[in-house]
Write a protein that binds this ligand. Sequence first.
Ligand code: GDP
Ligand code: IMO
Ligand code: MG
Length: 442
Amino acid sequence: MANVIVIGAQWGDEGKGKITDLLSRSADVVVRYQGGVNAGHTVVVRDRTFKLHLIPSGILYPNTECIIGSGTVIDPQVLIEEIDRIEALGISSENLYISQTAHVTMPYHRLIDQASEEKRGKHKIGTTKRGIGPTYADKSERAGIRVIDLLDKEGLPDLMTRSVKAKNEVLEKLYGLEPLKAEDVIEQYFQYADRLRSHIVDSSLKIDDAVRSRKNILFEGAQGTLLDLDHGTYPYVTSSNPISGGACVGAGVGPTIIDRVIGVAKAYTTRVGEGPFPTELHDEIGTLLGDRGAEFGTTTGRRRRCGWFDAVIGRYAVRINGLDCLAITKLDVLDSLEEIKVCVAYDADGEKCNHLPNSTAQFAKCRPIYETLPGWKQSTEECRALEDLPKEALDYLKFLAELMEVPIAIVSLGASRDQTIIVEDPIHGPKRALLQPIANNS
Ligand code: GDP
Ligand code: IMO
Ligand code: MG
């Protein structure tokens, strides 16, 4: 039995979907613990591509139970579309469970997200406009609607009427938008409830059953460490806690059941939306990374900003998440480069800085200090063992592991399941051995 958390170690889109799917082979249960339909996790199996927003990436295994946990926010319309899409592809949703205590995204949340972004003008966050921030804001305000409320035929009309009335004031007076009709919203959400009813459970109890039966549980993070509400590059963050600590809160389990924490990081860096990004490239190399890496948002289709690997944020992710090891993805995207830069520290107003500053204004001023490594200029897509990798590619990985003082357990060289090198079993491998940098494993 081993319970593992898989988190994004950068600004999201690190390839968590691919790694979660890969590790789900030995998981009995996969739990999404935060975020909502802002997430877009891609799983490629042979010639088929699955883009998942709320459904955990373990869904492709017929015997794996997939739980959308309490800390997530649920847009029922998008979830139902997603269930229909996977069913149409021959994947059963029978093992999909939805927490009763997750909060529900309402039509006014989406409208407010869009309108407030417009109102922010040049100070916008660059959200996915899926209503995520406003749904979590209502949760904190204690004005939210939870999944369990959708099942309450008697109480729901009154709860929704009051909520729609309160939000109509915001829509009309603050943003000059048309008000919503409470009856329409109630009818629509009753229909969603009917459709989702059979999936709705007490998720904490269900996860506890799995723990007691000594099943293998994988907690799948959405977004990434630098988008964490408390520990990311605030205010350019999402409204939940993608970090490993968020898994216990969002799933409703105690930290003592967690055995391993695995971070997923790209071999370079990307970011969607606004906010500082010290290693961002505005030149032809940035374009090459974006093109070769197909760096377009899974949810919004926006072009992702691209740049060199940043070991300062990498070390930060190791610290904040207590990472045991890393999965490095998209190494193949660097295949054609003459040389590759890695940010090892920042220059902050002439001072060398090894840590991420807490002030966003200060972070925006940080300039990367690079070390340059030679490229390998050959394809790594067919490599299936460390020995198959060109020496320069291996040296690059060793350099990253040494900079971050964490071993690399998985290397990904393409979107498919098989385009992967398992350096060391990240779940069952001996923990002490895992704590050696890759240099000692090769
Ligand atoms: P997530 O949000 O962390 O699950 O990541 P996304 O799915 O949004 O973005 C990662 C993208 O990279 C997806 O299109 C994946 O299919 C793709 N991908 C994952 N691993 C690799 C890899 O090693 N190489 C390449 N070329 N693509 C990859
Ligand atoms: P996955 O799980 C990358 C970003 C948005 C924006 C900020 C806030 O696929 O890695 P929000 O809509 O959450 O209020 O937007 O967070 N963002 C993501 N960036 N990957 C994601 O998810 C993201 N989810 C949100 O672009 O900058
Ligand atoms: Mg994504």
